[in-house]
Design a protein. Structure first.
Length: 195
């Protein structure tokens, strides 16, 4: 059974998850499906217009310290973005085009590095185009496709599908009808898939 990896580019804990999920799934012999979506509509339905890590300062302070520990353990550079949370809409539209393509996982990881290790603005199309070009892809064509009305609708539908599956945060892992939430639940999701 496959594991669906649901992620949002503004999500801090999705960063280490995205950097390790592919290797962990391969090691477990479990198929992996990448699923970008948007948390904004989910948070908005709860009455939040910002990240809960900004709304609740003590939670935010803890999260950044926790992320520092996780990234150090995983050998990842962590630099707090100049603005948090960043707007990941354009990146998600591009990731949606790549979710079933060989370049999708590498693009996703590069966007996370740009956001959480390099302090780049991932809402800037030129930053995203540079990432696509670095992967030997036709950046102009992909950016144009990502902004097409049908792709925008596809991302909305994918976010609606996340809501229908009971997803309320990122990263989330879906195995059949089972939901596992959080970077620290990846191994449990893989174990469930391998049962």
């Amino acid at each position: 059974m496959a594991v669906e990896f649901w992620y949002e580019f503004a999500s801090t804990y999705s960063f280490p998850a995205a950097m390790r999920v592919e290797g962990a799934a391969k090691a477990a012999g479990v198929a992996l499906v990448w699923r970008p979506f948007l948390l904004g509509p989910i948070f908005g339905a709860q009455g939040w217009n910002d990240s809960p890590f900004n709304i609740y300062p003590a939670k935010g302070k803890y999260m950044w310290r926790d992320m520092a520990r996780i990234c150090e353990a995983d050998g990842l550079t962590l630099k707090e973005p100049l603005h948090f949370p960043q707007n990941g809409l354009k990146a998600a539209r591009l990731a949606l085009l790549g979710q079933d393509e060989p370049w999708g996982p590498a693009f996703t990881r590069r966007v996370y590095l740009a956001n959480f290790a390099e302090q780049k603005d991932i809402s800037d199309e030129s930053v995203l185009a540079d990432i696509l070009s670095s992967l030997s892809l036709d950046a102009a064509a992909l950016v144009a496709r990502s902004n097409a009305p049908e792709n925008k609708e596809r991302l909305k539908a994918q976010t609606d599908a996340a809501i229908a599956k009971g997803i309320f945060g990122a990263p989330s892992f879906i195995v059949g009808d089972e939901l596992f939430w959080g970077n620290d639940r990846l191994e449990a999701a893989l174990a469930w898939a391998g049962r």
